[in-house]
Ligand binder design. Structure first.
Ligand code: ADP
Ligand code: MG
Length: 404
């Protein structure tokens, strides 16, 4: 497999005399000791890794662990103190200014957490912005921008202004803008972290879908274990500026390299931190939009449940609010009873779970009544479903990571 990025012995020290800090590191002083004695911060310490062409490589770690510093070193938004950074065979660490500008314009794109759209430009112009800066003529760049807006499902919004779009849509524009330059390497720093869980999952799915079609090389920063495991082909876990483990999600789950990695699973995933909305998935259970014709709705819903071999579906209004849950049986019964509304088929034993319900409580409910449960926010808007399988998966992850 070809290596798109190769990083060797990479260091970044923030502060007045990086060389002094480097010497202190060589003498074995820790990041904390160096900070206490000099006020300098070891941002990245001896990073070594490669990223294969066409893979999504995730940098995961708690806040302050050095993820942003490391990803910014790759396009030299941060200058390295020491080490080598090869992108497509070229050493970014020693590259001249002009070459660097070229590389950033043509081959590298970055997507940030704050969508960083230009508020006074239309969605189309925002999307085409990178191409505009690179001097591509108007017709050509607008055609390309429409093409990528189509890919992210926003073609119809090309002439809107950013402020007219929801957060999730704005981040789609951010993604489109990055894709527009057709970069061979995409850097995404917590790109989906500002979105609510449902939108976040949607963006993850979109990224995976685009990735299946386009196979770009992507370095993706996330502090979220679920996200990292969902989208990462390989994951590097960072702590205090160091990479403590690199592997596929499976390798890391099966064999966490040290206490920190194990603690990461624990801390992020379970106990008091984990609530219903964290476990809810938008693709486990069928959602049907309530329409005007209840009988047509029911027939269509029955067909789709059969096709997808599912037992239950949730009915959600056009306002996104949950109305109820139905099953194939309940819909047949309702049709036989000549019910004129879909609500005639609603199951009374499936009631929504508030987003903030803690895991322990949720397990209790699912054990008593093993059906998929809809999770809703405080406005009764549908966020996703929790199933027995999903819960079990979470608990097994926790179990495995807490062993030895
Ligand atoms: N420009 C800077 N000057 C000084 N310290 C910085 C700078 N940028 C980051 N740091 C420090 O480097 C460490 C790593 O930060 P960062 O890479 O942003 O972590 P993460 O993205 O994982 O939250 C932190 O201790 C942070 O305070
Ligand atoms: Mg960061």
């Amino acid at each position: 497999m070809a290596e798109k990025v190769v990083v060797k012995n990479l260091y970044k020290i923030f502060g007045h005399s990086p060389e002094l800090a480097m010497q202190m590191l060589k003498r074995g002083l820790s990041k904390d000791e160096i900070f206490q004695q000099t006020g300098m911060v070891v941002g990245v310490k001896d990073a070594n890794f490669h990223v294969n062409e066409g893979e999504i490589f995730v940098l995961m770690g708690l806040s302050g662990s050095g993820k942003s510093t490391l990803i910014r070193l790759l396009n030299r938004l941060v200058d390295p103190t020491h080490g080598q950074i090869l992108v497509g065979g070229n050493d970014v660490a020693t590259m001249g200014k002009q070459a660097l500008i070229e590389l950033r314009r043509k081959d590298l794109a970055m997507v940030f957490q704050s969508f960083a759209l230009l508020p006074h430009l239309s969605v189309l112009r925002n999307t085409a912005f990178g191409l505009e800066v690179a001097g591509v003529d108007r017709k050509k760049r607008e055609m390309r921008a429409m093409e990528v807006l189509d890919q992210v499902g926003l073609k119809a919004f090309a002439n809107r202004m950013p402020a007219e779009l929801s957060g999730g849509m704005q981040q789609r524009v951010g993604l489109a803008r990055a894709l527009a330059v057709d970069p061979s390497l995409m850097l995404m720093d917590e790109a989906f972290s500002a979105l609510d869980p449902l939108k976040r999952t949607e963006m993850q799915e979109l990224l995976l879908k685009l990735q299946a079609e386009q196979q770009r090389t992507i370095v993706f920063v996330s502090h979220d274990l679920d996200e990292a495991f969902h989208i990462g082909n390989r994951i590097a876990i960072m702590e205090g500026g160091r990479i403590v483990q690199i592997g596929t999600p499976d390798e890391i789950l099966r064999n966490p390299s040290d206490e920190y990695v194990r603690a990461f699973f624990k801390g992020v995933d379970v106990n008091k931190y984990l609530v219903a909305k964290d476990v809810a998935s938008s693709d486990e259970t069928l959602v049907i939009q309530a329409g005007a014709d209840a009988h047509a709705d029911m027939r269509a819903a029955i067909a789709r449940l059969r096709e997808t071999q599912r037992m239950y579906a949730f009915v959600v209004g056009t306002d996104g609010r949950l109305q109820g849950a139905v099953s194939i049986d309940s819909m047949y019964r309702a049709m036989e009873a000549q019910a004129s509304a879909l609500s005639g088929a609603f199951l009374s034993h499936i009631t929504p779970v508030p987003a903030a319900t803690v895991l322990r409580e949720l397990v209790g409910r699912i054990v008593q009544n093993p059906v998929p449960l809809p999770v809703v926010d405080t406005d009764n808007r549908y966020l996703g479903a929790v199933t027995q399988t999903l819960l079990l998966k979470k608990m097994v992850e926790q179990e495995e990571s807490s062993h030895e």
